[in-house]
Design a protein around this ligand. Structure first.
Ligand SMILES: Cc1cc2nc3c(=O)[nH]c(=O)nc-3n(C[C@H](O)[C@H](O)[C@H](O)COP(=O)(O)O)c2cc1C
Length: 197
């Protein structure tokens, strides 16, 4: 592959939301390729802290129900339950072809800082994002909904020290093109190549 094609893939990667997915299921073989590419993310001391749960078909209903119930439990306790939000959480996964739960699993044997494990999982998610770009699929990383709700860990069998890092939504993309927005990289770089800085 030539570098300009590679640069183009990086720059054209966009978050595409479920409203821009059309009906239809992505081939499971493609999902496996996306996951294989996630697995090539860098990982300090080879802990490979990423774990994924893939929801598709009836599994999307299961995920929707589980997350709506988690929300209900938390919001009734807090006294801010909204039926509309409950319904929305139950339905949200159904608009995707697949939803991949993103988990950071702490190693029991290798001592490594948590931030590095979160970074490794984030690299894995970027690999997934880029793969969906090349396949022309829609995808986005969601950290909304129940991501940070305390009971979610228990419901999804995570250990206390693990982290639920959100959900990767995937669908067949409608024929849309979303423009990317970034400030020039020069605004975020300090470059030191002499002693007069
Ligand atoms: C860690 C992380 C969490 C995100 N969570 C959400 C989210 O909960 N809801 C959402 O609409 N977008 C979410 N996004 C996607 C961002 O909105 C998106 O990356 C940003 O708008 C830039 O657009 P682009 O990805 O198309 O370049 C998340 C992105 C990252 C990296």
């Amino acid at each position: 592959m030539d570098i300009s094609s590679f640069n183009q893939i990086i720059a054209s990667r966009r978050s595409i939301f479920p409203k821009d997915y059309e009906a239809g299921k992505i081939d499971n073989q493609i999902i496996w390729q996306i996951l294989k590419n996630a697995n090539w993310a860098p990982t300090h001391k080879m802990t490979a802290p990423w774990r994924f749960k893939v929801y598709s078909g009836k599994g999307l209903e299961v995920l929707g129900k589980k997350q709506a119930e988690i929300y209900k439990k938390v919001s009734l306790k807090e006294g801010d339950f909204l039926q509309a939000k409950y319904d929305n959480l139950a339905k949200a996964p159904l608009r995707a072809s697949h939803v991949i739960m993103i988990i950071m699993k702490r190693s029991k044997d290798v001592k490594i800082r948590e931030v590095e494990e979160i970074a490794a999982v984030s690299c894995a998610v970027q690999n997934m994002y880029l793969t969906t770009t090349v396949y022309g699929l829609g995808a986005y990383w969601s950290t909304g909904g129940i991501t940070y709700m305390e009971p979610a860990k228990r419901v999804f069998n995570l250990n206390e020290e693990d982290r639920l890092m959100g959900f990767f939504y995937l669908g067949k993309k409608k024929g849309i093109n979303v423009e990317g927005k970034r400030a020039p990289i020069e605004e975020s770089v300090e470059w030191v190549d002499n002693d007069k800085f």
